[in-house]
Design a protein around this ligand. Structure first.
Ligand code: SAH
Length: 464
């Protein structure tokens, strides 16, 4: 992180401007909105800037900058077209440990001004640290659309109730839930459509109902969420929403860091495994933990790689929840087969190649493969083996032995959909050796069938 964002209270504090041209005026407009008192030192000062200075009871000095000008300043903004002056002001201000911003010269700044979305009292600030200002501005435009000006109204209503709520709801947990229901439900809709007194009435009513609740009566819930194969852009909206409101998250090894980073920052994180042979927390304990946390009133996120109902043991986890009457929601995720197929240019079905697809586990409880090999003979069916890396050699051999053509194309996709994705392509007779030479690491997905031959044409990611 190159810069640390802070929000500066400038009310009645003096801000020194060196320079009084158009650029300085633009900055002064913003700074005066924050209630600062502005002093300008410049041989020329625009009419608008003079007016702004007058409104905030500041001062205009029509001359060149002198070091003594810094004495009364809390903050220095320098916007002259003379690079020597800019450099000098930056040096002397920094020598006096004053925060200084030199417009369009990040190297001379100790603070930079972000692109702002102003929904006062809500403020969103974006910066690229001066590295990509156009990108920062584009993000601001997106946020401007995402957060219409009525968000300011909602924030103002919330601010009015802040102290009342704090006094009436003593538990932090209750207050958090209370505000979440205000901001996510019909009350927010009322505020957005300008029905302020309606919204306020509803807040009073909600507050009363919360006061009658004990903390331990807050009902917990479990969200069994599919986090997809790795690329965070493959999450569903629903997954993201629930990830943002969880109190605690239980996640396993398949969940990528990029996905985990999207979980609410305050949520407690519990790692529950599992590597192939190292089950950090045994499955029964995970099932029980979900029940226990939910019964404490927490919103528990069970975050899984891919889809929770495809080789994810999601079914077992919600069985115990159902037995214990714990409310739950299941959110599907993009399963590894879909993600890897799309990102490696291997369609799982294709009119000319495969009329069906089968998802198979390549790992069994005791490590032995006990599959009905005869059922895999259809050359127009794509086979996808999950957890197949360790038994890759055996899977390919068994398929040949039972009668599948040894030239059937086969691919192993490593860390599919992530920036580290690799695809090793061969056939049933060659893939295993190729993989050995490539030092491939889990997670990997094995795809077998004629569709794999399309990879050389359709792998857009590789061909880019
Ligand atoms: N529920 C998951 C599967 C869990 S089983 C899903 O729907 O995807 C774990 C196996 O999934 C791994 O051994 C591997 O075969 C596969 N897998 C998961 N993520 C993967 C990825 N990013 N790339 C390749 N294979 C992956």
């Amino acid at each position: 992180m190159d810069f640390m964002p802070f929000f500066f209270d400038l009310k009645n504090r003096t801000c020194l401007f060196v320079g009084g041209g158009a650029i300085a005026t633009r900055k002064a407009r913003l700074i005066s909105k924050a209630g600062a008192r502005i002093i300008v030192v410049a041989p020329y000062i625009t009419d608008e800037m003079q007016l702004l200075v007058k409104e905030c009871h500041g001062e205009c000095h029509f001359r060149k900058f002198e070091e003594a000008d810094l004495e009364c300043a809390m903050l220095v903004i320098c916007a002259t077209d003379d690079s020597e002056v800019n450099k000098h002001v930056s040096q002397v201000a920094q020598a006096q440990k004053l925060p200084v911003n030199v417009v369009d010269s990040p190297d001379l700044c100790s603070i930079i001004t972000p692109a702002i979305v102003d929904r006062s009292p809500l403020m969103i600030a974006i910066t690229s640290g001066g590295e990509a200002p156009v990108l920062a501005r584009q993000i601001r435009s997106k946020l401007e659309v995402m957060f219409p000006s009525s968000y300011g109204t909602l924030a103002k209503i919330a601010s009015k109730f802040r102290h009342i709520v704090k006094n009436k709801l003593t538990s932090g947990e209750q207050r958090l839930r209370f505000w979440q229901s205000v901001f996510e439900g019909p009350i927010a809709e009322k505020a957005f459509s300008g029905k302020i007194s309606d919204a306020e009435k509803s807040i009073h009513a909600l507050l009363e109902s919360y006061q009658n609740l004990e903390t331990n009566e807050l009902s917990g819930e479990v969200y069994l969420v599919g986090g997809g194969p790795g690329d965070p852009d493959l999450l569903t909206f629903k997954a993201l929403r629930l990830m943002q409101q969880a109190d605690i998250v239980l996640y396993d090894r398949l969940v990528s860091d990029a996905v985990l980073n999207l979980v609410r920052r305050d949520a407690e994180r519990v790692y529950v495994g599992k590597r192939r042979d190292d089950h950090a927390v045994p499955q029964q304990n995970i099932n029980q933990l979900l029940v226990d946390y939910a019964q404490q009133g927490l919103r528990v996120l069970r975050l899984k790689g891919g889809d929770p109902f495809i080789f994810g043991r999601g079914g077992e986890e919600i069985e115990l929840l159902a037995e214990n009457n714990v409310p739950f929601q299941v959110v599907p995720g993009i399963t590894a087969a879909s993600g890897c197929s799309a990102y490696s240019g291997i369609p799982l079905t294709h009119r000319d190649h495969a009329q069906s697809v089968r998802f198979v586990t390549g790992h069994t409880k005791d490590g032995k493969l006990d599959l009905d090999w005869q059922s895999f003979l259809d050359s127009r069916q794509t086979l996808v083996f999950y957890m197949g890396l360790v038994n890759l050699d055996e899977i390919c051999r068994e398929l040949i032995t039972c009668g599948r053509d040894e030239n059937t194309p086969a691919a192993l996709i490593e860390k599919g959909t992530t920036p580290d994705q690799r695809v090793v392509v061969g056939s049933l007779s060659t893939l295993s050796d190729k993989v050995k030479n490539e030092a491939v690491r889990a997670p990997t997905l094995l795809v077998i069938g004629s569709v794999v031959s399309l990879n050389s044409q359709l792998n857009w990611y590789k061909n880019k």
